[in-house]
Design a protein. Structure first.
Length: 164
């Protein structure tokens, strides 16, 4: 948490804002604190995610889920009553601090990172599958060897509870 000029605690976050700095009927101004938001239906009541308050995400990766709410990404500060949800928070007061530049570059780097991680997990899964295939081949070889020792007679199938 960061202390602002009034020594009141603030938290930082990420927020998508639409063209003309509009978000759901609210006109933003960079650097200016706004307070007392109403919810989409115009009701008053407690601050809460998906109900009432200025919304943002504390992590950039969580903010990606809300990119449909605007075309410009901003770093924000929030203060006052703050209620955290799963991937966002709602606050009674908020201000836009700075616009995040190069959002397409950030998205492309994030996509590449996700692709690399997916490939790494896929290689791990493939290696596990190869080990399982080798294990199955080894089991088949043991069954064939045992059958040859018995003169080709089938063995009695072990019960499901029996381990070898």
């Amino acid at each position: 948490m960061i202390a602002n000029e009034n020594s009141e605690k603030t938290i930082a976050g990420y927020k998508w804002v639409g063209a003309g700095l509009m978000t759901r009927g609210h006109q933003w101004t960079v650097g200016k604190w706004f307070a007392n938001p109403v919810n989409v239906a115009g009701c008053t009541g407690a601050i809460g995610p998906c109900y009432r308050g200025f919304h943002a995400s504390t992590r950039l990766v969580d903010a990606l889920e809300w990119c449909g709410n605007g075309t410009r990404l901003f770093i924000v500060e929030a203060r006052g009553e703050i209620v955290h949800g799963y991937n966002k928070f709602a606050a009674s007061e908020m201000r836009l601090v700075a616009e995040v530049k190069n959002v397409p570059l950030i998205f492309s780097r994030f996509a590449r990172l996700c692709a690399r991680r997916a490939a790494m997990h896929a290689r791990g899964a493939l290696a596990m599958r190869v080990m399982l295939d080798v294990s199955e081949a080894a089991r088949a070889a043991r069954v064939a060897r045992d059958a040859a020792r018995r003169g080709g007679r089938p063995s009695r199938a072990p019960s499901p509870r029996t381990r070898r």
